[in-house]
Write a protein that binds this ligand. Structure first.
Ligand SMILES: Cc1cc2nc3c(=O)[nH]c(=O)nc-3n(C[C@H](O)[C@H](O)[C@H](O)COP(=O)(O)OP(=O)(O)OC[C@H]3O[C@@H](n4cnc5c(N)ncnc54)[C@H](O)[C@@H]3O)c2cc1C
Length: 446
């Protein structure tokens, strides 16, 4: 058989003929069949036939959110051959993320922190204010970084800046091959996992990192069950300018529908995460700039003076999810594939950074086969206490806001009052919030 257009012979291609074959394919306009990595002696039959393009790697990372980018970058730096598959980084994300000091240390190790500082604002004080209309209300609780000898708790960084910096670093990394396409299917064997890419290529690796977000197809392929559900809330996200200074203070107003959280940005600007019932969020997002500015100002009782909302608002439906395991069948879960809960107390991505740190540590300890059952069990064990503790604390606090039951209100009020009145307990809480195990863990450790 030969090509009908030009007579080029079809059939099995021998390794020595690859160059001629590619030149012919290129001349025929078949650039999509260019082969990145060919595993000799295998070549598919026929230059017009479907060509199997297989990339070999140590680790394949699925997902190009902040956690996937960090995972790929750090595993690549540790010496693994990494393929990162996912769409272009989402530079339209209008959220900002409060990253605490340990997460910032991790970004620093990746060489990214200095570039991000220019767009980041420090969080020196964090306040929780009860803005419910309920009978039982707790006093304002204020956490100051100076109380535990820190200059600030963390930095508030616009997601689009964080994602752009991570994306640039991945592009510059020689250890990470970027496949700008999604994973369309998984094939898992005892010794190897294969990711079928939507562009027709296949990546074979020892370990797959599921950084593919809340629906996580990789988690599903690994057969990991998950308990998940909507919280019946949505978060409206926007940035705004205000007339009075924020004094590097973040305030979380607790309302009957969820938290209304202000986080400082540079100058007299802040970001807002307003959690409410989905219908209310949809009403808010449709208001004019002037109307919305007034509503936001009223909600915070003009605490920061006159408010002017900036262009670019987004609404995020909220849910919570917890998988039964955090690694199994050559797949390790990180980020939102491993835990989802409402945005309270700036926990989500900070937890995601710790997922990556743990994964990096176990992968390095089991570098011969980072996806082996031993390596994955170690990773599952490492992550379980931290993820379970943070998820249940945040979900419990969120449910206590939504619940009208008096005993639940009593517990929440008592807890916050105790924190407000007892500086040592507050200090313990702050240390635990910053570095897991350094607060409560240090007290209960024997
Ligand atoms: C309103 C709001 C405010 C928040 N604020 C904070 C905060 O202040 N501090 C904090 O620590 N956390 C915060 N969080 C949580 C934080 O945003 C998340 O933890 C974080 O975005 C999760 O990142 P991720 O990379 O795991 O997931 P995602 O960002 O969802 O990324 C998943 C990626 O996987 C890709 N993908 C999906 N399917 C496939 C596939 N088949 N193949 C390849 N790729 C695929 C997607 O395209 C996407 O790129 C907030 C969350 C919300 C909703």
């Amino acid at each position: 058989m030969a090509c009908q257009a030009c007579g080029h012979p079809a059939g099995r291609v021998k390794p020595g003929e690859i160059v001629a074959q590619l030149a012919h394919d290129a001349a025929m306009g078949q650039f999509d069949t260019l082969i990145k990595v060919v595993r000799p002696p295998y070549m598919p039959d026929g230059h017009h036939a479907e060509q199997i393009m297989k990339i070999e790697a140590d680790i394949v990372v699925a997902g190009t959110g902040p956690v996937g980018l960090m995972a790929a970058l750090s595993l690549g730096r540790a010496g693994f051959r990494v393929v990162l598959a996912g769409p272009p980084a989402n530079l339209a994300d209008r959220r900002t993320t409060a990253l605490m000091k340990p997460s910032l240390d991790f970004l620093d190790e990746l060489g990214l922190l200095d570039a991000l500082r220019g767009d980041a604002a420090p969080l020196k004080v964090m306040r929780i204010a009860d803005a419910t209309q309920r009978l039982l209300r707790s006093p304002v609780v204020t956490f100051r970084a100076s109380e535990i000898g820190e200059d600030y708790f963390g930095l508030n960084i616009p997601n689009r800046r964080l994602l752009a910096a991570l994306d640039e670093a991945v592009s510059a990394s020689k250890a990470v091959e970027r496949a700008e396409t999604t994973v369309s299917g998984w094939n898992i064997d005892d010794d190897i996992i294969e990711a079928g890419l939507a562009d027709g290529r296949t990546v074979a690796a020892k370990l797959a990192v599921a950084a593919d977000g809340r629906m996580s197809p990789a988690r599903e392929a690994a057969g990991i069950a998950v308990s998940a559900g909507s919280t019946g809330q949505s978060a409206l996200v926007l940035d705004f300018a205000h007339a009075r200074p924020h004094n590097d203070t973040s305030t979380e107003f607790h309302t009957e529908d969820g938290p209304f959280t202000l986080v400082p940005l540079h100058g007299q600007r802040s970001s807002l995460v307003w959690v409410s019932r989905p219908r209310r969020a949809e009403e808010l997002v449709r208001l004019s700039d002037e109307e919305l500015s007034l509503v936001v100002e009223e909600r915070m009782q003009s605490m920061l003076g006159r408010v002017t909302v900036e262009p670019g608002r987004q609404v995020f439906p909220l849910s919570s999810a917890l998988p039964r395991r955090f690694a199994a069948n050559r797949v390790a879960l990180v980020g939102e594939a491993a835990h989802i809960f409402p945005p309270i107390g700036a926990q989500g991505l900070n937890l995601g950074v710790r997922d990556v740190e743990s994964l990096l540590e176990t992968a390095m300890r089991h570098s011969g086969d980072p996806g082996s059952p031993t390596a994955l069990s170690a990773n599952d064990r490492n992550r379980r206490p931290d993820i379970l503790a943070r998820s249940s604390a945040v979900n419990m606090l969120n449910r206590s806001l939504l619940s009208d039951m008096l005993p639940v209100q009593l517990m929440r009020t008592a807890g916050l009052s105790l924190l407000g009145a007892a500086p040592p307990l507050r200090a313990l809480f702050m240390r635990e919030g910053l570095r897991t195990g350094s607060g409560f863990g240090s007290v209960f450790r024997v």
